[in-house]
Design a protein around this ligand. Structure first.
Ligand code: FUB
Length: 455
């Protein structure tokens, strides 16, 4: 037995790992807005409903990672219901931190104006809870008022840009929930954005490009960047640059050209994290997805020496890990590099958990550091109102060596949690992908899953 374990330990050599796109599989997610805070990368998203025939979006969601391959679902800390003046269209958000508070800017359909408006919510942590900061829209009264993007300049002046098909900005006050001066409409030109503004574009004329929506505004090395969805429908991503925060803008070309993503919209966000630049966008690539069933994805890139963008192509392979997952600390079940079949549910006491677990569903964790000695036990917190099932722990692939099997019994309720453990049956050391494969009676939902760890 000792020799067998040794052979398996030797065979289970560390593997090269890649994350996968789209990086959220438990629901449809849209319009990614990344933010780095305290060494962790957060992504704020919209949420397309299942089988939707329009952007009937009800809430925003937050995901985070510290290794770029394992993403933790933080659920939905903000929804239409949190804005008494709004009744529809929880569209593209952005959240930033200032002086220890988190400001979450969102477009919504306003029941006051009957058009679109931009609201701002505030919270004390990057994952909320958030509440409407002012009890009314920040700006209201135009169908063009969507897709806010926010940036605080080095001199402390904050700017909020937004708009489809016009581009607007205001100078935010230091409180981040009010502004000074008027709403300014940016004049679009061929030099600035590839074409003149929508009201003067000539029908039938071919322009170099065309600002559409989804601006993403930031500064890098003294240059200001405005990235945006362009070209009408279908959308590619293009950008303009400027020496000042309010222009004049210079059209710089495409970043993510059109390709077969299955989504006629695209929407980007850019951030640097752990020394690497990342470009977030969305596609329709999740099973059953499409133009109204979108999913967020990420690519890494390197700026050209002059600060311009390279062309970035959507990939299924995603990005390389920039950290490892420690399985000897509690791992939330809703932390995953990939999953099949499962969804997540909120619970006031335990927080988020993994639900909708059926026979054959699985969760993959990438770049898991099993360390030198290797684990002796697999522990998990589970609940089942029915017959339960089994969690198989497999290494490096779904068909990889089965290192532990944890039977899950009926626990008396879908949220009646019990902690269980099962022995690890062979040596697993070093870096591996871990697959938690769920088995049980075919058909019904088997059990719920809150967290796991190795001992
Ligand atoms: O997600 C709804 C809308 O679709 C966003 O506001 C736009 O940017 C487009 O992605």
């Amino acid at each position: 037995m000792k020799y067998l374990s040794l052979i398996f330990t030797i065979l289970l050599l560390p593997q090269a790992v890649w994350a996968d796109n789209p990086f959220v599989q438990t629901c449809y997610t849209t319009d990614p807005a990344p933010m780095v805070y305290n060494g962790r990368l957060y992504v704020y998203t919209g949420h397309d409903e299942n089988k939707a025939d329009f952007f009937w979006m009800q809430e925003w969601r937050v995901y985070s990672t510290d290794d770029m391959v394992n993403w933790t679902d933080h659920g939905s800390p903000l929804a239409i219901e949190d804005f008494v003046w709004a009744d529809d269209r929880a569209w593209a958000p952005q959240c930033i931190e200032r002086n220890g508070k988190f400001y979450f800017y969102v477009p919504l359909h306003s029941s006051l104006s009957g058009t679109m408006a931009i609201g701002v919510a505030v919270g004390d942590s990057p994952t909320g809870p958030f509440k409407d900061a002012i009890g009314k829209p920040l700006v209201d009264g135009s169908w063009a008022y969507i897709d806010p993007t926010v940036f605080v300049d080095d001199d402390g002046q904050a700017y909020l840009y937004w708009g489809n098909p016009d581009i607007y900005y205001v100078k935010l006050n230091e409180d981040m929930v009010s502004y000074s001066g008027d709403v300014v409409k940016v004049e679009q030109s061929v030099e600035g954005f590839g074409s003149p503004g929508p009201e003067v574009r000539k029908k039938g004329e071919t322009y170099r490009d065309m600002y559409t929506e989804g601006p993403w505004f930031y500064k890098r090395n003294g240059k200001y960047y405005l990235l945006y969805a362009a070209g009408g429908i279908p959308e590619h991503i293009a950008y303009s640059m400027s020496d000042g925060p309010t222009g004049p803008w210079k059209y710089m070309g495409e970043i993510m050209p059109l390709s077969d993503t299955g989504s006629f919209t695209n929407h980007c966000g850019v951030v640097d994290f752990k020394g690497q630049s990342y470009f977030f966008y969305h596609t329709g690539k999740l099973p059953g997805g499409g133009g109204f069933g979108r999913s967020v994805a990420v690519e890494s890139f390197t700026y050209n020496a002059d600060g311009t963008f390279p062309l970035i192509t959507p990939s299924a392979s995603g990005v390389k890990p920039v950290g490892t997952l420690d399985p000897y600390k509690r791992v939330e079940a809703e932390t995953m590099a990939w999953s099949r079949g499962v969804t997540t549910e909120p619970n006031a006491e335990t927080g988020l958990y993994v639900s909708d677990i059926h026979n054959g569903d699985f969760i993959k964790l990438a770049n898991v550091d099993c360390k030198r000695g290797g684990p002796k036990k697999f522990c998990a917190s589970v609940a089942s109102a029915r017959r339960g099932g089994t969690i198989e722990v497999r290494v490096d692939s779904l068909e990889g060596p089965l290192v532990a099997e944890l039977p899950v019994p009926a626990t008396g309720g879908w949220e009646k949690w019990i902690s269980l453990e099962a022995p690890i049956q062979m040596g697993v050391t070093g870096m591996h992908d871990i697959y938690l494969l769920f088995k049980g009676r075919k058909g019904p939902k088997l059990f719920n899953f809150d967290y796991w760890l190795f001992k």
